[in-house]
Structure formats: C-alpha cells, structure tokens
Design a protein around this ligand. Structure first.
Ligand code: ATP
Length: 571
C-alpha cells in the first residue's frame, strides 16, 4: 500500500504544478535510495569514462612524439596502454546504458502507478470525461510518462557528464594552450589560456543562435503529442464502434474524419521538419565555417617553438573534445524542447486531476440510515440549465419505485446524483449506509475476459461458485451460456444487445444487492422476457429496494410507487 509520501502529489492551490513538482516526488519516495544508488553508478561510470578520455588524450600526444622520434619501445608500450584504456571505456558505457534503462523503468513504474491511482479515484476518470477537463488522459499516462522519465534521466546524466567533461578539458586546454602574445605598438597584450576563451565564445554564440531559432519547437512538440493522440483516439473509437458504423455505412465518413485528423499530424510533422531542418542547417554551417579555427589558433604556438608537433595534436584534440562536449547543449536542444512539451502535458493532467478532486458538489451526499432521501433536490445541467426539481422524495428499504418522465427530463441524472457522480444541482441526498448497491445502465460495461469475470465484475471471479453462476444465468434467461463460464471473449462485441442486458441482470441475481437501480436496463428485451426477468427479480430478491427508470407502462405492475420527473425551468 502506498503512503502519502509515496505518491505523485496533486497541486492544492488550483494552479498548474511546476516541472519540479512533477520530478521531485519520486526522488523523495521510499524508492529514493535505490534510485540514487543507480544514479550514482551511472555518474561514476560517466566520470570514469571521462578520465579514460583524458588518459587517451595524453597517450595520443605521447604516441605522436614517439612516432616522430621513431622510439619503438615507447610506441609499443603506448599502444598497449591505449588498447587497455580503450577496452575499459567501451565496456563502461554499456553498463551505464543498462543502469539508465533500469532506473527509467523503475521511475516510470512509480509514476504510472501514482497517476493511475489519482485517475481511478473520486472517480476522476469519469469526471475528466464528463466535464471535458482534458483530452487523452489515458494516453498521457501510457505514452508521456514513459517518454518523460526516459528523457529526464538521459538529459540529466548527459548534462552531468558534459559538466565534468567540460571542466576537465577546460583545465587541460588551459594548461596546454599557454598564452597568446599580441604586440600592440610598444606594448604586448597577453591572453592566458586563449584557446579556452575561443572555444567558450564560439559555443556560447552557437547556443544563443540555436535557442533563437529553435524555441518555437517547444510549442510544435507539445502540439505533436496532442495531434498524434487525437488521431489514435479516433481510430480506437472506430474499432470500438465498428458495428454501428458499419450499419450506418459510415466507413467513408470515418475515413474522411481519420484522414482529416491525420492531416493535423501531417501538418505538424511538416512544420517540425521545416523548423528542425532550419536549425540543423544553421548548426552544421556554423560548425563547418569555424572548423579550421583550432589549428589556426594553435599555429602561433608551433611556429614560435613553444610546442612540438605532438603538443599541437594534443591541443587540437583537447579543443575538439571540449567543443564537441559543449556542442551537447546545441544538439540536446531538440530533446529539451520535447522534454518541456512532455512535462507540460503531464502538468496539465495533474492540474485536471486536482480539479476533479477539488470539485465542489452543489448537491450534498451523505450516507446514513437505511432509506434514500432527497430533500430540496434540483438537478442542473453543467451549464446551469435546470433539469428537474424534487422537493421531497423518500425511498424506504424494500420499496420498489419506477421513475418516469420525458426524455431528457433528468431520470438518468437523478441516478447519477444518487451514486455521487453528478455534482451539478442543489439540495441534499441522504443515501443508505453500509448497503450493497448496484446501478445498471441501459448498456452495461462488460470487461474482456471469461464469462465468469464478466458476471462477477467488479469482484474477482473466485468470489462465487460455479453453481451460483449457473443459477444466475438461469434466472436471467441466459441458461444457454452456462457452459461458457470459462470461455474468454470480447462479450460486448459478441453478445446481442438483449443478451448483454440479461448478462447485466445476471449480475443482480449473483451479487444480490440491497439497493438496485435499473436505468432502462431491460429496454432491449422483448416484453415476455422483460416480464419474466422482473417477475424473477421480485421473487428472488423480495427485500431489495428497487428503483427502475422506465418508459414502458408494463413495468409499473412490479413497483409500489411512481415518481414522475417534470422538466424544470431555467435557473
Ligand atoms: N455530461 C453532460 N454534459 C452536458 N449535458 C449533459 C451531460 N449529461 C447529461 N446531460 C444532459 O442532461 C439532460 C438530462 O439527461 P438524462 O440522461 O438524465 O435524461 P433522461 O431523462 O434519462 O433521458 P432519456 O429518457 O432520454 O434517457 C440531457 O439534456 C442531457 O443532454
């Protein structure tokens, strides 16, 4: 069980959380010790690799001088050392990659579990959809967390590596490059470690121009995640509703919608390509124009005899290494823009989840006693339009009520309010405490899996015996499925509308709830089967309280009371 500190915190001030609030929770969670140990291992390997490069740099300088002097014993010794260090610096990064992947997986797992726990609570997953608070929440959890953790670890370890490398090679280059003396009339201007200044000046100019050209990529990247997710979502919807679309002959229309949605992906990719090309072109032109710079800068030292040919190799190598290390900041610019975009999408999700958590309900719902009691209840649509008004409605334990009224008068909304899923309105509802309640809508959710797990939902399939399952199927006029209990399938696609409603009714017989809310739960059945089901229901569960939303008059005979909802007036 996760503790409070072991979860991604939702903001409490109603504002979008900062990136730090997204990153910090994992690094202070109970996983932190292993996480820091792995990070330590990765950084140690990176440092070791840096020093291997330093050693190689020295060895190369020595090798050049040994070659010039044709000193064979020195040449073979230096080559052996180079080989040894080369092997170490090849294996170390492989271990580092493994550690990075493992750390990323652990962080992703932690964040995914945290987000899922927030998303499935309240129930936020329903509130986000009902109030259209955010798009593609599920895909943000599935995709964006993965990319975010991956990019954060890679950017961070690379930055540390770069900082260490930059410091090391700055010191080396400072020592190697000596001072540049420029005669200015009678005086001489001396610039110590002038090659270091040159490389930093060059890199800073490069980065500033990269940022100027590339900052637009943050927005483009963020938009990319959204349009890609929207396109995937439309495809998913088509898959889910394949049959209805086929009946309507809506394939062409869906095709057009998909192509138009893909058009946004294409436009975004083209924009991205244009911006990236511009950036890359600038970066390579800049590098090309300034490539002879280190040789030109070091030449005065060679010509004045201050350094040997080996010294020149060492200087240009150190300059090159420092330059390519600093170039990380320009190269990583695109990853950085992508990272900010991912972080923004996750920050938006955290914000939406906190909105769902903090939503103030206009309707107060409390639990106490054994009856259902609505007092001064007015149901609104989210935009404030009044749906219906119930000054006083009391349902005592064991009573059976049928709720009728015009389409759109708010019958389903009343049931949502009783389940605590509808905050828009005024008044209070006192729901019975500690009773088993079951809400059956017109179309019940049937999870993919065995028929047993579909019947037992949301409990585990082991919660009931085979005999209980068979009996429930028989009671709900679905006895012909009794031999398919362990069969796995996509029942929502396989079963007819009426069969799905009978399966949902079988849940009622199986779970034997104290309070049963049926929202047109038998509307797809023929009158005889519907009659038989209600007959069995009142016989088998005589003490259960029943509230049925129904348009058919024939159902009134199974109920003691009728509640008719009248459409309300605008507030
Ligand atoms: N999430 C929502 N956002 C905006 N409006 C909504 C939402 N859910 C329901 N409504 C509106 O609230 C009104 C009442 O809906 P409800 O489903 O309660 O009606 P009903 O009486 O059960 O209708 P029917 O008999 O047709 O099933 C409808 O006009 C509907 O469009």
């Amino acid at each position: 069980m996760k503790t409070q500190a072991d979860n991604q915190q939702l903001p409490n001030d109603g504002n979008r959380p900062g990136i730090w609030q997204l990153i910090r929770p994992y690094w202070v969670s109970s996983e932190r010790w292993l996480a820091f140990a792995l990070l330590g291992l990765i950084l140690t390997i990176n440092f070791t690799t840096t020093y291997a490069h330093v050693a190689l740099n020295k060895l190369h300088g020595g090798l050049t001088d040994a070659l010039v002097a044709l000193d064979w014993p020195l040449i073979s010794m230096t080559m052996l050392k180079t080989l040894g260090i080369g092997v170490v610096s090849t294996i170390m990064p492989l271990i580092s990659v493994l550690a990075i992947e493992y750390l990323t997986l652990r962080w992703r797992t932690w964040m995914t579990k945290s987000f899922i726990s927030h998303w499935t609570r309240h129930p936020a997953y329903y509130q986000l959809e009902r109030d259209n608070l955010i798009t593609n929440g599920d895909q943000r959890i599935a995709e964006d967390i993965k990319l975010f953790t991956d990019t954060t670890i890679n950017l961070f370890t690379n930055i540390i590596y770069v900082v260490v490398n930059v410091t090391t090679f700055t010191i080396i280059l400072w020592g190697l490059s000596g001072a540049l003396s420029i005669p200015l009339g009678e005086r001489t201007l001396t610039i110590p470690g002038y090659m270091v200044f040159a490389v930093y000046l060059y890199s800073f100019a490069h980065l500033a121009l990269t940022h100027w050209l590339g900052k637009v990529l943050i927005g483009v990247n963020m938009h990319r995640q959204t349009v890609e997710a929207d396109f995937r979502f439309l495809g998913m919807q088509m898959r889910e509703n394949a049959e209805q679309i086929a009946f309507f002959g809506g394939g062409d229309r869906e095709g057009q919608r998909l192509v138009s949605r893909f058009g946004r992906v294409r436009d975004n990719t083209l924009l991205m390509m244009r911006k990236t090309f511009k950036l890359s072109l600038f970066q390579s032109m800049f590098a090309q124009v300034f490539s002879p710079l280190p040789m030109l800068l070091a030449l005065p030292l060679l010509l004045s005899g201050k350094i040997t040919m080996g010294g020149l190799t060492q200087i240009t190598m150190a300059y090159g290494t420092l330059l390519s290390t600093l170039a990380f900041f320009q190269q990583a610019y695109q990853s950085f823009t992508n990272w900010v975009a991912l972080a923004n999408r996750l920050r938006d999700l955290l914000w939406a989840l906190s909105k769902a958590r903090d939503q103030l309900a206009g309707i107060s719902l409390t639990r106490q006693g054994t009856a259902l009691f609505c007092d001064g209840l007015t149901l609104f649509r989210p935009d404030g339009v009044v749906l219906s008004h119930l000054p006083h409605w009391q349902v005592n334990a064991g009573e059976r009520w049928v709720v009728t009224g015009q389409s759109g008068s708010g019958k389903s909304t009343l049931l949502r309010a009783c389940a605590g899923l509808w905050p828009y309105g005024e008044g209070s509802i006192i729901a019975p405490e500690g009773v088993r309640t079951l809400f059956l809508p017109q179309k019940s959710y049937i999870p993919v899996g065995t028929l047993k797990s579909a019947l037992a939902y949301p409990l585990e399939p082991e919660s009931f015996t085979d005999q209980q399952y068979r009996q429930a199927l028989e009671d709900s006029c679905l006895a012909e499925r009794a031999d398919s209990l362990t069969e796995s399938g996509r029942w929502q696609q396989v079963l007819s509308g009426g069969e799905q409603q009978r399966l949902a009714m079988a849940r009622v017989f199986l779970h034997r709830p104290d309070f049963i809310f049926l929202d047109e739960a038998t509307s797809a059945l023929d009158p005889d089967t519907e009659y038989q089901l209600y007959q069995t229901l009142v016989e088998k569960l005589p003490d259960s309280t029943l509230i049925s939303v129904a348009h058919r008059k024939s159902l009134e005979q199974f109920h003691h009371h009728i509640l008719t909802l009248a459409p309300g007036q605008d507030k």
